[in-house]
Design a protein around this ligand. Structure first.
Ligand SMILES: [Zn+2]
Length: 333
């Protein structure tokens, strides 16, 4: 019973931290603005609209990775299954207690929101990328130049990959979502972000044999505990049924952060950093690969990954990201 109570406390503490950005008995981590009276009711009213536009999967916020566990077979695994179910029940109770005590906050503006993710207002501030765009790079055009016409960028610097698509432009709300997923363990955002990526990359995913997330170096993976591209790829694989090959591509050399580097520095920073593992080459050889990442900036990382996949004889490499940086001065023809 004591263990049950402590498990409940742990789950409650974790949910509290996620919702409020503060620890139950600890220092403030993220300062949430004071909520105005009445704000809750008005936002809750719009919450239904948000849910209809973009339904979130219930229960996905707790541990989406557990959902992939194989069905239990032996007595030990059966017991583990029972314990997991009990833990799930505790989590449900803790979540219910928190729902009563404290509403979920929008990840971007930290106003109360019904469900997980972003509120209706922040959702409307996300710039979803829609046609017309460059068929090669997916960069949006300000006017439609006609089918098959490429952007100047694609002609001047053709990438190693075939096509790239992104769900949204990398702006303020998108940046908050990406950072929350990457640095604050907000894996509960992955289902919504993954769904938007599926919509943006439908054309690519329809032809795909396998999904490959851009890997982290194992040292960074340890410190961050999970790979955000892997979390997005798992969601996309579950939704589309396209096979996932998380371990196929490896980062064989730790690289510096790309932030603050010039275009050519970025390219040389990641050159030779990726390799297809010898024991996983069957997953790649002759396959049409969709490479998954959170953000596309200069394209240096995705290009280096695409080269590594093509060296391992991938039939084709496309790229699907959540957000891409769009340089408005260079985008249109
Ligand atoms: Zn918001």
């Amino acid at each position: 019973m004591q263990r049950g109570i402590s498990a409940f406390t742990r789950v409650f503490d974790a949910l509290w931290l996620r919702r409020t950005g503060t620890q139950v008995d600890g220092p403030r981590i993220i300062s949430a603005p004071r909520r105005k009276r009445g704000a809750l009711r008005s936002i809750r009213g719009t919450g239904n609209r948000f849910r209809r536009l973009s339904p979130t999967r219930p229960g996905a916020s707790l541990s989406p990775m557990d959902a992939e566990a194989a069905p239990p077979r032996s007595i030990t695994t059966h017991l583990r299954g029972v314990l997991n179910a009990a833990r799930g029940a505790w989590a449900q109770t803790a979540r219910l207690a928190l729902d009563i005590a404290l509403p979920t906050l929008c990840v971007s503006c930290r106003e109360p929101v019904h469900g997980e993710g972003v509120c209706a207002e922040c959702w409307s501030r996300l710039s979803f990328i829609a046609p017309p765009f460059c068929p090669r790079l997916g960069i949006p055009f300000v006017y439609d130049p006609g089918p098959e016409l490429l952007s100047m960028e694609a002609i001047a610097n053709p990438p190693a990959y075939q096509r790239a698509r992104a769900a949204v432009r990398y702006d303020d709300v998108a940046r908050t979502l990406v950072h929350s997923l990457k640095y604050q363990d907000r894996t509960d955002l992955a289902p919504a972000m993954g769904r938007w990526m599926v919509r943006a990359g439908q054309e690519l995913l329809d032809e795909a044999d396998v999904l490959v997330p851009v890997p982290l170096h194992w040292r960074r993976g340890w410190s961050r505990r999970y790979n955000q591209s892997g979390a997005l790829a798992r969601v996309i694989s579950r939704q589309t049924g396209v096979k996932l090959a998380s371990e196929a591509l490896r980062r064989v050399r730790a690289t510096e952060q790309q932030i603050g580097l010039s275009r050519s520095q970025r390219a040389s920073n990641v050159q030779g950093a990726f390799k297809v593992a010898a024991d996983r080459s069957a997953d790649i050889q002759g396959r049409r690969v969709v490479l998954i990442d959170d953000v596309l900036t200069s394209g240096a990382t995705t290009d280096a990954c695409a080269r590594a996949l093509l060296r391992a004889r991938a039939a084709q490499v496309d790229v699907l990201v959540f957000a891409r940086v769009v340089d408005t001065h260079r985008a249109p023809i």
